[in-house]
Design a protein around this ligand. Structure first.
Ligand SMILES: [Zn+2]
Ligand SMILES: [Zn+2]
Length: 355
């Protein structure tokens, strides 16, 4: 089966034939139908994060159909439609029991090796840039048979990460003001989260005019082109002293600092973007001391088996937008082109589709 394999940074990803093993106890073999190209996949390619061990099979956002289940799996069966979660919740560990299954301690997302290249092991978490994948059954969220997986695969990461950061983690109140730094796939969903939460002002910050247009489509109310204006100063002006919430959705310490600096006393800055390996975020002590909160939000604090289903309901009712987020569909062979489109700010999301 065909898969996208990462070897080292700054080298195009290679599309190769791999062998895949049958699922072991508790595992599921899926045929992938749709896989969203997320910036965090590219973060390995541009060296923003260290991806080890290699060779590494790529992708983490996706949906598919169960082909085969391993011994002991009763929660899903062949033919079931699945939106894949990058977290697999065991339901029993401390974090699962405390209501934070996105940080399940029992099923970390790899590395494992259920795939080989010419008999040699390749490594992966829960890859989706593959014709077939093997995942823990606890990472599978079963959805109704009439669910269109080419669109709803976005729920797997971009949608829950953005909306979840706003409604699950920060718990933005009705009428609150919020700023979103970075209007890519996840940031646009943070904006949708603000709309769902009935935030008063939703301020979109980006350097690419096209992204700010998308932000308007998603429901943002104010727009700051950070290439032309100082976002911290503008947010303070728009909100009269600082936003109640600011979300950093790009993954740069300097932007996280801007998010922190743009919230008012009692406000909350939320780090959502994947930060570079081994780098620190700076905070001015006195700024934080005035009852400000700095928090992280991993995968939208997802409770996947609950959240994916209500997100699907909202999509079916037209209350959240997914089709508008998908700028382009491409085959797996065009992954590197999809990365280029993303880097040039030409797309909100590309979805890889499989026959
Ligand atoms: Zn992602
Ligand atoms: Zn757990």
């Amino acid at each position: 089966m065909k898969a996208a394999v990462f070897y080292q940074p700054h080298v195009p990803v290679s599309i190769e034939e791999l062998e895949i093993q049958p699922p072991q106890a508790g595992e599921v073999l899926l045929d992938i139908v749709g896989a969203g190209v997320c910036h965090s996949d590219y973060h390995a390619v541009d060296g923003h994060i260290k991806r080890e061990p290699t060779p590494w099979v790529m992708g983490h956002e996706g949906a598919g159909i169960v082909r085969e289940v391993g011994p002991g799996v009763t929660s899903v069966a062949p033919g079931d439609k699945i939106i894949l979660s990058l977290d697999a919740m065991c339901g029993y560990c401390r974090n699962c029991s405390n209501g934070s299954p996105a940080l399940c301690e029992t099923h970390p997302p790899g590395p494992v090796s259920r795939m080989t290249k010419d008999g040699e092991p390749v490594y992966h978490g829960r890859p989706t840039f593959v014709e077939q994948t093997i995942v823990h059954a606890d990472a599978c969220v079963k959805v109704p048979d009439d669910t269109p997986l080419e669109q709803t695969c976005l729920i797997s990461c971009a949608v829950i990460t953005g909306i979840g950061a706003v409604v699950n983690r920060a718990k933005v109140e009705v009428g609150a003001s919020m700023a979103v730094f970075g209007c890519g796939g996840v940031g646009l969903n943070a904006i949708q989260g603000g709309v769902l939460a009935s935030a008063g002002k939703i301020i979109a910050v980006d350097r690419v005019p096209y992204k700010l247009e998308l932000a308007e489509q998603m429901g943002a109310t104010h727009f700051i082109n950070a290439a032309k204006e100082n976002p911290v100063q503008r947010i303070q002006e728009i909100t009269g002293g600082g936003a109640d919430y600011a979300f950093e959705v790009v993954g740069f310490p300097a932007l996280a600092r801007q998010a922190i600096d743009s919230v008012r006393p009692t406000g909350t800055a939320v780090v959502v973007g994947v930060q570079p390996t081994d780098e620190e975020i700076s905070v001015e002590g006195w700024h934080l001391l005035l009852d400000r909160t700095l928090m992280g939000a991993f995968h939208g604090a997802a409770r996947a088996r609950v959240d994916f289903l209500w997100l699907l309901d909202l999509y079916n009712q037209g209350k959240i937008k997914l089709d508008e987020l998908i700028s382009r569909y491409r085959p797996l062979d065009e992954l590197n082109e999809a990365f280029n489109d993303m880097n040039q700010g030409k797309v909100a999301r590309t979805v890889l589709v499989f026959e």
